[in-house]
Design a protein around this ligand. Sequence first.
Ligand code: ADP
Length: 178
Amino acid sequence: MTNYQFKNVAVYPGSFDPVTFGHIDILKRSLNIFDKVIIAVACNRKKGYLFKQEERVKLIRDTIADINEIDGSKVEVVALKGLLIKFVESINARVIIRGLRAVSDFEYELQLATTNRTLNPDIETIFMMTAEKYSFLSSTIVREISLLGGDVSSMVPLLISKELQKLYSKGDHDETLM
Ligand code: ADP
């Protein structure tokens, strides 16, 4: 991987299971500030993901290729192995980007940012407030709605909703989301 010591680069880590318009909004806004944004797709053993890590990486890459306003050469998508802070150190980046929605995000994000600062005080976590229209949008809600046959086209790019449809079109489900 490139050494970004002298570049204005940020790492945007997350599960992206799947990537939503909320994530894309944070990415676009980050690209107004940074020359390069590296999306680091996590794989946490405790989380049961819908899409495998490689699938999530590919879906984000395909999404970015589809969006004209995003200059693909300014974005890199990588599968994160191991500790985030080690990855950030390994490429000599200094900034981690995270998005903030409701107050409910705050505690978890504070814990994460504090832990990362303890591990390396030279690496700063920067938060961006969600765009109002995406403040209640999460990958979890997208998965649940599509599981129950709902329309998620206002929440995720077309290729993602197609992928979700393919995945969930097979069986009937007993769950109810109200
Ligand atoms: P994680 O499991 O690491 O929280 P997510 O994919 O859920 O991964 O989120 C990655 C980052 O994107 C987090 O900082 C999260 O707060 C942010 N994010 C997710 N959805 C939105 C949204 N709708 N608006 C703004 N930020 C968001």
